[in-house]
Design a protein around this ligand. Structure first.
Ligand code: GMT
Length: 386
């Protein structure tokens, strides 16, 4: 198949899933065209079957806000025509699915099916904001196929957004050959020269990730046992998290590493992952940790219970319960054989349910289903919604 993929190219779960999906599909012989305003993180365009098409947004004195959604729609239509795309796959509804709807309309009567994958904040934050809700719902209902990364997100899309389209749940995935237990001893010694326990948090440091809570949890943990904390990523809450570390007098034990590419290596040297998010539709980084045999302490919210069985691969604790999370973290870290056992169970879960070898064929089957869908009935369904 020839597939156009559009995503946010920045450091964030939806862009990472889109990029890894494109790479896996290219590996399986599909021709993949990434269409975005910058090269997605983790994308290496020297990979066979991958092409990248940059969306350039020209600006004019009249444009206070350069119209990216329109430039994207034009580029989508152009690539679809020039490269003979079979379908467009948009990751994150706003504005990508709206642009795809325009591209598809521009090319009509040539058929260009659009698949939208909902990732989380496109529904739980952006989409539920009244100023974006109607167009989010419109773009979902106008897509030829819609997938969500968890049952939780599917339900939210129906209940909060009021979307009418059928939504298929296809869980996020991890490459189990790349993400596995492997300890880079040199890297481990660099951060934990005294064999301290290593806790890790990886995110885009948006308020929804609650990185300050991560520091507060760690503050309680390091009082009881020797430990260091790796804070990987960057974003609006980083300064507050750094201040919290300094304010608690633990700045020497907390390493703010910024955006990093070698996530598998950093998780691989860690003993525990902290993910105390306020909401999380799936929690890709939790899955990456599980594949590396690293137990997870996460919030009992959103789609996380679909990924983590509390007490088996880690613990789920109510969000904002800093003391509860610290207590669970200590339970895991204080008993190495239990920690190792949880890590083994985590890897088993990742392997049996979320490996790319299981999930990528689900996307291929879904694309085939959408491509074989009768365009006429699809169009009449669209008219009745309008
Ligand atoms: O908020 C983020 O972590 C980034 C965001 C995104 O859309 O880039 O992540 C969402 O999509 C990820 C990939 O499907 C999910 O693993 C995350 O759970 C989800 N984030 C939230 O729901 C907060």
């Amino acid at each position: 198949m020839k597939i156009g993929i559009t995503c946010y190219p920045t450091y964030g779960g939806s862009g990472i899933v889109a990029t890894e999906l494109g790479l896996e599909l290219a590996n399986r012989g599909h021709e993949i065209h990434f269409i975005s305003y910058a090269l997605p993180t983790r994308l290496n365009i020297s990979t066979a079957n991958i092409q990248y098409h940059e969306v350039v947004v020209n600006t004019y004195p009249l444009f206070d806000h350069p119209p990216y959604a329109l430039a994207l729609a034009t580029k989508m239509a152009e690539v679809a025509e020039m490269k003979g795309l079979d379908l467009l796959h948009c990751h994150y509804a706003i504005p990508h699915s709206v642009s795809a709807f325009l591209a598809k309309s521009m090319l009509s009567p040539r058929r260009l099916p659009v698949v939208t994958t909902l990732h989380g904040t496109d529904i739980t934050l952006v989409g539920s904001d009244r100023s974006y809700l109607p167009i989010t719902r419109f773009s979902i209902d106008q897509s030829d196929g819609v997938t969500a990364v968890s049952r939780f997100l599917k339900d939210e899309t129906v209940n909060v957004i009021g979307a009418k389209n059928n939504i298929e749940v296809i869980y996020n995935f991890v490459n189990c050959d790349k993400y596995k237990a492997s300890r880079n001893q040199q890297l481990k010694d660099h951060f934990a020269p005294g064999q301290e326990k290593i806790l890790i948090h990886v995110s885009n440091f948006r308020p929804v990730k609650r990185p300050v809570d991560v520091v507060e949890i760690f503050f309680r943990v390091q009082k009881e046992l020797p430990a260091v904390l790796l804070m990987v990523g960057d974003g609006p809450e980083r300064s507050n998290a750094e201040w919290a570390a300094r304010n608690n007098g633990i700045e020497k034990k907390v390493h703010f590493l910024g955006k990093q590419d070698n996530i598998d290596e950093l998780i691989g040297i860690s003993d525990l992952l902290l993910l105390p998010s306020e909401t999380e539709s799936f929690g890709l980084v939790a899955l990456e940790a599980m594949a590396c045999e690293v137990p997870v302490i996460a919030s009992n919210v959103g789609g996380l219970p679909e990924v983590i069985n509390s007490g088996v691969e880690g613990f789920l604790v109510e969000p904002k319960d800093i003391d509860g999370m610290a207590q669970r973290a200590l339970e895991v870290l204080a008993d190495e054989s239990r920690r190792l056992e949880m890590g083994k169970r985590a890897r088993l879960t990742a392997r049996s349910r979320f490996c790319s070898t299981t999930i990528i064929p689900m996307y291929e089957a879904y694309y085939a289903k959408i491509l074989n869908q009768d365009g006429t009935s699809q169009n009449s369904r669209m008219r009745s919604i309008l």
